[in-house]
Design a protein. Structure first.
Length: 749
């Protein structure tokens, strides 16, 4: 083994050990997972079908592992580049090599590399070229020297050092740069500022009215390390929009004495790094004392503090971004895994005023069977005509559900739907039709997309939104995968997040959700198939093209006949693609074809026939999993096989339920403090959850009002799409704010 290979192997082992420590798992588990992922395996496949290999790492752990692996490998590549660059300058010492090798973050690595970076000439470099470094060193060593008299010895017409002031400015530049390259000083003071510093926000003069939405931050101060993610992003947004100015300070600027004391402690640390007696900062008894004290202050305030402020703002943003991505991902997961209404004929209504309400009827399979446009609202006000049209459509197609988009004129359209249901029930009392308000976020994006044009080529763009609204009630997952995840509207400050990180995070959620539910290979859309592990856009198109030409797949192994779908792709996707009503009963389950032999042994032990699989074999539950383990399949896989045989094709999503809005409560002015209402959670943030209670303005349940205990993460209590009962705590019609609580027994006020 060469030295380079050995060093690379050591670095890889270090990465595996670090990730294992961060995840709280064993190093061998991380190593096994990395080998599988590097070999082309997908996270859903590894999480579901390689449990023995990884020690049952789940999809969440594997996603985190994948992200950390990417970061640490990038760090390793940068580490290698830094070492080569410093070595190329002939300045790589054993001590520096060790420091670079142990730098744990990209920021720490860049601190070490800073003195060796190729850059334009600095004031300090120019001063050194002018021979001013001995002056700086002399004044440091001997404060009894007179700065003006000493500096006069270093005048140079060649380097434009025309007077003692210019010489002293150059000497100061050398010292401030020296402090900025002192890794120990820089890392220590930066961390102290992170622990003790404050972020102050102030409104820019004249921007009070235009920036009213940032009113809470017009004069705001909070410790850096305790700033919650949503507040950081709000502050940065306010600055970006030209409303706020942000400053990092050593202490609370509203306490001048405390701030001065804090600043003095930082300056004392800088003085010690120069080996200057700290008393110099408070006296001027010796000739150079004043100059040295000013050098320390300039070093701290103009160089280090300014640099740290940028560093810590970046640190704040990265931490806030990470938290925002987690919240966005959790919300997206909840929305995608929301309860499907199922194969019921659905009437979709895309509300509008002047342009009318777009209407689409889709049957139980999602096929569009009728469309129309009605004008019940102002300015046309053709209420009776609209009701007659909807009644006819509902009767002709036996609709069971009405999905109403939550945009403009939603509440008015909901009243129309209510009247329609009354009419239908009057005609047929045994019939039950339910109506729901559905988020229409992203419906317009889908309507104008190439995918919508391919799916609904003969339908006007304006009507496609109504189709999407109806379908997302029937099966939220199948419909929402057609829309860019960031357009689904369940995140905050998403436009402020790094696009590639947002896309990667949300795509991972979509992939995990699709594979957790499973996909019917004979009915799924190309968009849904593309999210199946190992498939992707190209193969999804090939799958659809193959079934269009050759008809439905009759068994999973037929997938190998799809062009370019080889053994590796088949291994990854087969377990997640279902074949219902095919020649192999096990194909309708999540059992992977590689484990069919093990499944048949279990069925035989239970005394069941293969045809019993579709309905489920309850007798399997009485068997002992360990009786069926072997070298190929361990206990985790056998347990999964047995669970699936008992309830084949089990959908992990909850049962479908609807919220009933209170009668007569239609706008924010109808609310009274103390009312108990039913609503649907529309979004979850780090600080609480928003709930649609039917008044066109979502109410907020602050995290502190979610339970009779401390709640650190709102997702512990609620999730998007959940039906909840809430009590109204406060109503502010002017600012359009509604405060709610889940504690129904909480006293008013």
């Amino acid at each position: 083994m060469t030295e380079t290979t050995e060093r690379s192997s050591t670095c890889t082992d270090t990465i595996h050990s670090r990730i294992a420590a961060e995840l709280g798992v064993k190093t061998w588990q991380v190593k096994a997972a990395v080998e599988l992922l590097d070999g082309g395996a997908t996270v859903p496949f590894v999480a579901r079908y390689r449990k023995e290999a990884t020690g049952t790492l789940n999809d969440t752990q594997l996603r985190e592992l994948d992200e950390r692996l990417r970061y640490l490998r990038e760090l390793q590549e940068r580490r290698r580049a830094v070492l080569e660059a410093i070595d190329g300058q002939g300045k790589l010492t054993d001590q520096l090599r060790a420091a670079v090798a142990t730098a744990g973050t990209k920021s720490a690595l860049e601190d070490l590399y800073l003195p060796f970076k190729s850059k334009r000439q600095t004031k300090a470099q120019i001063a050194r070229a002018a021979g001013l470094e001995p002056l700086a060193n002399a004044l440091l060593r001997n404060p009894l020297l007179d700065p003006q008299r000493e500096a006069a010895k270093y005048l140079s017409t060649e380097y434009h050092v025309s007077d003692p002031a210019a010489a002293l400015a150059g000497a100061r530049a050398i010292l401030t740069e020296r402090a900025g390259q002192d890794v120990k000083l820089v890392t220590g003071l930066r961390e102290r500022l992170w622990q003790q510093g404050r972020l102050r926000a102030q409104v820019k003069p004249g921007r009070e009215t235009a920036g009213a939405k940032f009113k809470d931050y017009f004069d705001f101060v909070q410790p850096l390390r305790s700033l919650p993610s949503h507040r950081v992003l709000a502050l940065l947004r306010g600055e970006k929009e030209g409303v706020l100015t942000l400053d990092v300070t050593e202490g609370d600027p509203r306490d001048p004495e405390g701030l001065a004391a804090s600043r003095a402690r930082y300056e004392s640390a800088v003085a010690r790094s120069f080996r200057i007696d700290e008393r110099v900062l408070r006296s001027d008894h010796r000739p150079a004392d004043a100059w040295l004290a000013q050098t320390v202050r300039v070093t701290w305030r103009s160089r280090l503090l300014a640099r740290f402020a940028g560093d810590l703002r970046t640190r704040l943003f990265l931490a806030a971004e990470e938290a925002a991505l987690r919240v966005f991902a959790a919300n997206l997961r909840d929305v995608l895994l929301a309860a499907p209404a199922g194969n019921r004929c659905t009437l979709g209504l895309d509300p509008g005023l002047r342009t009318g309400v777009k209407v689409a009827v889709v049957d139980g399979t999602g096929k569009v069977v009728a469309t129309d446009t009605i004008y019940p609202h102002a300015p046309a006000r053709k209420w009776a005509d609209a009701l007659a049209t909807l009644t006819r459509l509902a009767r002709d197609h036996a609709i069971e559900l009405i999905a109403i988009g939550n945009g403009t004129a939603s509440r008015e359209t909901d009243k129309l739907a209510e009247e329609l249901i009354t009419e239908l029930n009057g005609q047929n009392p045994a019939r039950t039709v339910a109506r729901l308000v559905v988020s229409e976020a992203g419906a317009s994006v889908y309507s104008a997309s190439a995918l919508a044009s391919a799916e609904l080529p003969d339908l006007d763009v304006s009507l496609r939104g109504a189709v999407s609204i109806a379908r997302r009630l029937q099966d939220p997952l199948a419909e929402l995968v057609k829309i860019e995840p960031k357009s689904i509207g369940v995140g905050q400050y998403q436009h402020d997040l790094t696009p590639i990180l947002l896309e990667r995070s949300l795509d991972a959620v979509v992939e995990d959700c699709v594979n957790a539910v499973g996909v019917d290979a004979n009915t799924a859309s190309p968009a849904l198939l593309a999210r199946v592990a190992g498939v992707g856009t190209l193969l999804s198109g090939n799958i659809v093209a193959h079934r269009n030409v050759h008809g439905p797949f009759t068994k999973r192994s037929d997938l190998l006949k799809v062009p370019r779908l080889g053994p590796k792709a088949y291994e990854q996707c087969a377990g997640f693609l279902r074949i219902n009503g095919g020649t192999e009963p096990l194909d309708c389950t999540s059992i992977h074809p590689e484990a069919y032999g093990a499944a048949r042994k279990v069925l035989a032990a239970a005394g069941a026939a293969m045809n019993d699989v579709v309905a489920g074999v309850g007798a399997v539950a009485a068997l002992e999993p360990q009786d069926f383990t072997d070298e190929a399949f361990g206990l985790p896989t056998v347990r999964d096989i047995m669970t699936e045989l008992v309830k084949p094709g089990r959908d992990p999503r909850p049962e479908f339920a609807t919220a009933a809005f209170a009668e007569g409560i239609e706008k924010i002015g109808d609310l009274d403090v103390g009312m108990v209402l039913e609503g649907t959670v529309s979004n979850v943030a780090a600080f609480g959850a928003f709930v649609d209670i039917g008044v066109h303005q979502d109410g907020l349940i602050h995290v502190s009002a979610m339970a009779n205990r401390f709640v650190s993460d709102p997702h512990e209590v609620v999730k998007s799409g959940q039906v909840v009962r809430v009590r109204v705590l406060e109503v502010d019609p002017v600012r359009k704010r509604i405060s709610l609580t889940l504690r129904l027994d909480q006293e008013r006020g």
